[in-house]
Design a protein around this ligand. Structure first.
Ligand code: HPA
Length: 251
């Protein structure tokens, strides 16, 4: 079985037997590292590219997810940096994403561009229920968090954040859509944990700096990677306990 961990600011690797791979996809070359442990291959994919050069609106979402599928990955664990719209979710918190509101504007959104007929993908369970259950059994996290995806790279205005809060958004980030959707289009199990790096615009007087945001992500990254690796190494992830392999609707 093959597993993937996707991260934002570089991906922490557990060391040991790590191999670097560059995989050619129809969307460009994707670089990732592979760690082998207990007969399992764990892929570490840096979402923004290995030199962290792609801003959120220019991440190669299609290439990244295609590469994982082509390599044979069944289960994807993702981490995303988020700002909080609520006073009871604060910097340093981890939140399990359960649903999303999409406010992106200009990104390639789908593998189904019409060349293979009209295909819809169900969003009843955007995040794999089996993987979410495994995470909740391992760590105590908020499990009803609704993620708002904005286009970036600019941050939001205070009015936008007030609106997102009113329509139910708990945290705001720039990278989980279309990643979560593309995973479903490729029938992979996908889950995402948000690392809260700041309070959103308008909620505090002093805005977080770039280095403060990066410091929080780095601080939680090792812990999160270890959590994902522990879940993977238990070896009890299955493909028939969720709806991820039956979410495509052809019309
Ligand atoms: N807004 C959007 N994306 C983010 C934020 C935010 O406040 N924090 C981290 N990623």
């Amino acid at each position: 079985m093959k597993y993937a961990i996707i991260g934002g600011t570089g991906v922490y690797s557990l060391g040991g037997n790590v191999k670097e791979v560059s995989l050619e996809t129809p969307y460009g070359i994707i670089d990732f590292s592979i760690m082998e442990k207990d007969d399992k291959e764990i892929i570490f994919l840096p979402r923004h590219g290995k030199d962290h050069s792609r801003p959120p609106h220019l991440v190669n979402y299609l290439g990244n997810m295609w590469a994982l599928k082509e390599y044979g990955v069944e289960f994807v664990f993702s981490t995303v940096a988020v700002g909080s719209t609520r006073s009871d979710i604060v910097p340093g918190d981890l939140v399990l994403l359960r649903d999303f509101l999409d406010f992106t504007k200009s990104r390639p959104m789908t593998f189904y561009d019409g060349s293979s007929g009209v295909v819809h993908v169900s969003m009843k369970e955007p995040y794999c229920s089996m993987l979410c259950d495994k995470i909740l059994k391992t760590i105590n996290l908020r499990d009803d968090t609704i993620y708002v995806c904005t286009e970036g790279p600019r941050f939001e205005t205070a009015a936008e954040i007030s609106f997102y809060r009113q329509i139910g958004g708990d945290v705001v980030g720039m990278t989980n859509v279309p990643e979560v959707v593309l995973a479903k289009e490729l029938s992979m199990c996908y889950c995402a944990v948000g690392v809260v790096t700041n309070m959103c615009t308008g909620l505090v007087n002093v805005e977080a700096t770039g280095s403060e945001i990066i410091a929080i992500v780095k601080d939680r990254k090792e812990e999160l990677t270890n959590l994902f690796v522990d879940i993977i190494l238990k070896g009890d992830l299955v493909t028939d306990a969720c709806s991820c392999r039956s979410s495509l609707i052809r019309v």
